[in-house]
Design a protein around this ligand. Structure first.
Ligand SMILES: *Cc1c(COP(=O)(O)O)cnc(C)c1O
Length: 400
């Protein structure tokens, strides 16, 4: 059967919740993926900010294989060595004190929101606490995560959401301040908005929100699911400004392909929120997932992944700026580190489709923005290669 025939078969069986691009990806090596016809693609998506290490990393693969041969799953009612080691490394990397492993980003958000509500409940016994989230934010597709996602289009068909969520504007401290009252238990935001359009929180805003939280004993939840794990040139994006959250969520690159996430918290929140029986998951933090986390954190250090981000990201940024200046249809470059976006004055789907036809994987963030979230091991040569293909995919008449 041809790739096209397999795609037709897929469309018979899979629920149509994605407008998929018309290729079947089969294997990967370094920063390249290959489809079932053997065609090679330079990958500037990395499974949406997941595969930081590049494909086919020998040490990572061997660590997973070794763990598979030992044991894949036990239960959270017992301890397992990979989870013990992974949790310690994650504490060291984040400076936060306690870890709960989940299976996905959305589940990490669910846990973070539950922890915040329980913290407030333990203080005053009330059951009508409020959470402030940001417009244009994205926190996932489960009900709790969707409820704090600032995109009405994603929420509306599934109303009612969980109650008492208020939306403020990212980087507008006054809009946050206005929503705070005695019921506010948490403020949640992405340190750098991803899906919402590659918008970093400004230092002033982040510090301002933190100050408001400290003043009123409100918990600051930072969603580092996309922007964390080295992508901005810091292990976690908030570390650039030293604004430490009370609760942090991580996922995506945490397991580099093995489904795993986590929420972490300070000892103070841990001592005053979730207790035995309050929260759980069958798979979360199982030996296979945690073997991945452990190895990823080791390899980040051994291979100086963050140093590479700091070296190549300014180059990507500069080349995207230059591209923007040459095309009328590109109105803005946004983002930070290896989390960049080009804002077009029109939908970008056709550009992305042409890029795929020319051997380059790109992804959008909303209809009008092309997002660049490559593996963190990308080189300057890869960036040059990407731009050459991308430029050939933007219509020549769109130049000034
Ligand atoms: C992807 C993402 C999520 C959801 O993670 P899933 O693993 O898809 O559930 C939450 N927050 C942010 C910022 C994300 O980018």
């Amino acid at each position: 059967m041809s790739m096209q025939e397999y795609i037709e078969e897929a469309e018979q069986s899979l629920l149509h919740t994605y407008n998929r691009y018309q290729i079947i990806l089969e294997k990967g090596k370094g920063v390249y993926l290959y489809d079932t016809d053997g065609i090679k693609y330079l990958d500037f998506v990395s499974g949406i900010a997941v595969f930081a290490l590049g494909y086919g990393n020998r040490e990572y693969n061997d660590a997973l294989k070794a763990q598979i041969d030992k044991v894949i799953h036990t239960s959270n009612y017992y301890y397992n060595m990979p989870a013990i080691r992974a949790a310690k490394k994650l504490r060291e990397a984040s400076g936060l004190d306690r870890v709960f492993f989940t299976n996905s980003g959305a589940e990490a958000i669910e846990g973070a929101v539950k922890a915040a509500r329980k913290y407030a409940y333990k203080k005053d016994g009330a059951t009508d606490h409020e959470i402030i989230a940001m417009e244009h934010s994205f926190h996932g597709r489960t009900f709790g995560a969707l409820s704090v996602t600032g995109n009405p289009k994603y929420r509306e068909p599934f109303e009612p959401m969980i109650g008492n969520i208020r939306f403020a504007q990212m980087n507008n401290l006054e809009s946050v301040e206005k929503l705070i009252n005695d019921k506010t238990c948490a403020i949640i935001l992405e340190t750098v908005q991803g899906e919402g359009g590659l918008v970093p929180a400004t230092e002033e805003f982040l510090k301002g929100v933190k100050a408001l939280c400290e003043e009123r004993d409100i918990l600051l939840i930072l969603d580092e699911i996309q922007c964390g794990m080295g992508r901005t040139g810091y292990m976690f994006a908030w570390q650039k400004y030293g604004v430490k959250p009370d609760i942090m969520t991580t996922a995506k690159a945490l397991g580099c392909g093995v489904p795993v996430g986590a929420f972490l918290m300070t000892e103070k929140v841990a001592q005053n929120s979730l207790e035995a029986g309050d929260h759980g998951t069958t798979y979360g933090g199982n030996p296979l997932a945690c073997a991945a986390v452990e190895k990823v954190l080791d390899l980040f250090e051994e291979n100086h992944i963050i140093d590479n981000v700091r070296e190549v990201a300014p180059y990507l940024e500069q080349r995207l700026e230059a591209l923007k200046d040459r095309y009328d249809c590109i109105t803005q470059r946004r983002g930070t580190g290896l989390m960049q976006g080009l804002v077009f004055n029109r939908p970008v789907r056709d550009v992305i489709e042409r890029a795929i036809e020319n051997g380059l994987l790109l992804i959008n963030a909303g209809p009008d923005i092309i997002r660049f979230v490559p593996p963190l091991v990308i080189s300057k040569e890869n960036i040059d290669e990407m731009l050459e293909i991308l430029e050939s995919c933007i219509e020549p008449q769109e130049t000034e």
